[in-house]
Design a protein around this ligand. Structure first.
Ligand SMILES: *Cc1c(COP(=O)(O)O)cnc(C)c1O
Length: 413
């Protein structure tokens, strides 16, 4: 059962100050979830979550996560600048980029962030760019082929652009060691939005094994293993979610079985979760402004794919609630659309919902990660505001809506 963050009565008040559409985030939910994660991994003294900034790049959200002990995972210049402005320091910043421009490595080095190299050639590129190699470096691993759990193919790392091969990992660590790097990290991201408690434990076992091999082969000190992102959330109302306690316990078992016997019981576990940290704690609220009866029944919203791209881009399911009609029977079938001149601009297709009236608030669930942040300006549409429902029950604007002036600001007349 998915419930709106705010009631119809609250929305009636909120829209007096902030018109729809907007994304609204639930501070209490974000904090509780972050605390659950830290508690689950408390068996590992060095554990740290580096929130994937790209999921929800808003300073208020980053500040909340910072207060809960999280760092940030950045992959671009502006994400680094944003994290710096929010007050993240040095070992609170992971820089996991790919096809990295020189100025981004420079910025990461200026902030003394932990750099995670995507490719063996980046060793040279980084050294030439910043003039030295940091004492701590991480390398991203790609085992190739298919990533399977039991007999299920989770993803195809062999087709992914990220990371280094197994021989390259040895070669990279050897070069880095010989150039004076003292502490090493291993990073890998092999499957996205996983809905199984086995993903992290399976990945961890592979990375722990790799860490033992690299340690024994080269005598290097592995300081941390970064399991990156990929823990999913149940977008469908009848899907079962992951259990972070079961996941963390699975990682602990692999740690005890593989790292501890190799004398590597000091390795810190890092994560770079985005979706798991934020997706359920954000919702896109729009208003039904048109109904159309042709070959199908359509409801047109004041939001469009520019506010939430996932349904149009991936055919992703996002649950929808008609605010104030939570208990009404879902006996009407609708396509819920935006206003783009693109037929894929549909938040839902053939969705059973209560009868929708013009003016109803339409709450689109699980937009807290990869929602507003994937927004764009196609058709000259403007990105919406972001609001925060704070723990004291008040609502604060944490990003204003774009205006036509913003759209025109980069144009040269
Ligand atoms: C996108 C990304 C993440 C976060 O992924 P989620 O699926 O949101 O957990 C973490 N690390 C890196 C390097 C990424 O590119």
């Amino acid at each position: 059962m998915k419930t709106p963050i705010v009631t119809k009565a609250q929305l009636d008040e909120i829209v007096q100050r902030f018109p729809t559409p907007f994304h609204i985030y639930d501070e209490a939910g974000i904090r509780e979830n972050a605390r659950r994660l830290y508690k689950a991994f408390s068996w590992n003294p060095g554990f740290k979550e580096y929130f994937a900034v790209k999921a929800t790049p808003n300073p208020a959200i980053l500040q909340i996560l910072h207060e809960e002990g999280c760092g940030v995972d950045c992959s671009s210049l502006t994400e680094l600048m944003l994290s710096d402005r929010v007050g993240f320091k040095s070992d609170e910043i992971m820089f996991s980029s790919n096809a990295t421009p020189a100025e981004e490595f420079q910025m990461a080095a200026d902030l003394d962030a932990t750099i995670n190299l995507d490719d063996i050639t980046h060793i040279d590129f980084l050294e030439k760019t910043i003039g030295y190699l940091p004492k701590t470096i991480s390398c991203r691993y790609n085992p190739g082929g298919e990533f399977k759990i039991a007999n299920t193919i989770m993803d195809q790392p062999g087709n992914a652009k990220y990371g280094m091969t197994r021989p390259q990992m040895s070669e990279a660590f050897r070069i880095l060691r010989d150039k004076g790097v003292e502490e090493f990290g291993i990073h890998s991201f092999l499957a996205s939005n996983t809905l199984t408690n086995e993903y992290y434990p399976t990945l961890a076992a592979q990375l722990f094994q790799l860490a033992v091999e690299l340690h024994q082969e080269l005598g290097v000190h592995i300081g941390f293993i970064n399991l990156s992102g990929g823990i999913g959330i149940p977008y469908l109302p009848d899907q079962e979610g992951n259990d972070i306690n079961v996941i963390a316990e699975g990682v602990r078992k692999a740690y005890e079985a593989i790292l501890v016997p190799a004398g590597m019981g000091d390795v810190a576990i890092f994560t770079e979760l985005g979706r798991y940290m934020l997706a359920p704690y954000g919702q896109l609220v729009a208003t039904a402004i048109h109904e159309k009866h042709t070959y199908k029944e359509y409801i047109g919203l004041d939001a469009c794919a520019c506010n939430l791209m996932r349904p149009a881009m991936y055919g992703a399911y996002h649950h929808i609630t008609v605010s104030g009609k939570e208990d009404a029977v879902c006996d009407h079938m609708y396509d819920i659309t935006g206003s783009l001149c693109e037929n894929n601009d549909k938040f839902a297709i053939d969705r059973m919902l209560p009868k929708i009236d013009i003016g109803d608030y339409i709450v689109i669930h699980d937009t807290g990660a990869h929602g507003h942040s994937m927004g764009y300006n196609y058709n000259g549409k403007l990105r919406s505001a972001e609001l925060l429902l704070q723990t004291d029950g008040s609502v604060r604007m944490i990003r204003r809506a774009e205006t036509p002036e913003d759209y025109f600001a980069t144009l040269c007349f």
